[in-house]
Ligand binder design. Sequence first.
Ligand code: PLP
Length: 357
Amino acid sequence: MKKHNFYAGPAILPEFTINNVAEAVKDFAGMGLSIMEVSHRSKEFTEVMEQAQQYFKELLDIPEGYHVLFLGGGASTQFTVVPMNLMQKKSAYLNTGAWASKAVKEAALYGEVVEMASSKDANFNYIPKGYQVPKDADYFHITTNNTIYGTEIKEDMDCPVPLVADMSSDILSRPVDVSKYAVIYGGAQKNLAPAGVTFVIVREDVLGKVDRKIPTMFDYRTHIEKGSMFNTPPVLPVYAALQTMIWVKNEGGVDAMQKRNAEKASMLYAEIERNKLFKTTVADELDRSVMNVCWVMSEGYEEFEKSFLEFATSRGMIGIKGHRSVGGFRASLYNALPPESVKALIEVMREFESHNA
Ligand SMILES: *Cc1c(COP(=O)(O)O)cnc(C)c1O
């Protein structure tokens, strides 16, 4: 039976990526060696790193003055690295979920953190609006896509101070006006590569403004100077990220991804709204994530939660159990997920409704 992969992360990757990585694990670049056993300083891998940076710049139309880094440590390490590099005294954060809260906690170790607004009062089921970022903050931090709660900031906002965004789970899902951001970072395991590599886009002019001593490995300038080769980079995940970016380009780039993702998401949200058994957890359509769609059983049908999960799993739907802090279900519709998988899920939802409603 065909499996449909809705995992939130690590998550589905294009077959193109998986096949090319499998090939390189056996024989990388015709070297007669596995990519897992060659020097990161080899000409062959150096080219991979350079190309990965180049593709990222091209796909996201990254302007002059920005650097692209591929590092270890995950997005969670960036929660610390961002304030270390950017916060002299004070920073502002938008608290839209568990990841944003973790970022706030780390930033508080380095200075004053102003939580501009929070949607915690409603289990993070909306994006707060109408706040004013203080002009004396060193930066403002947002999480563009809240993987756990299924909310998303889909527009690039104007911000009076340098804007920093965790884009772990929506990078390359849409065009981004990078010029509006000072730093964009994320773990690659949602939309780009297997776990192990972290991407960072950083604007040169925001660096060098803090007085603190920054440990070498946590200083962006270390990695900028060495082209992400100061120490051994995550070789295999970087190779995989490059394959995914080649695939995105072949598919028509981030514009094509945005169009396809919007179609997938609107199909699924429409079915959740139509189906008697289910309801979405995010009321405002504007706030609904295109990447992670969350829903629960409607009133009166709560008892069917477990049996729907079992039914869907028996039909090849993998990874749709909601995060424990929301419950219900979550389908992640990352770039690599084909529309056919969404259609298959909708079929399963309809069939379950016809048996039980
Ligand atoms: C998954 C995720 C993280 C955590 O990433 P790690 O690479 O595991 O540290 C952070 N932020 C968001 C939005 C995520 O989806």
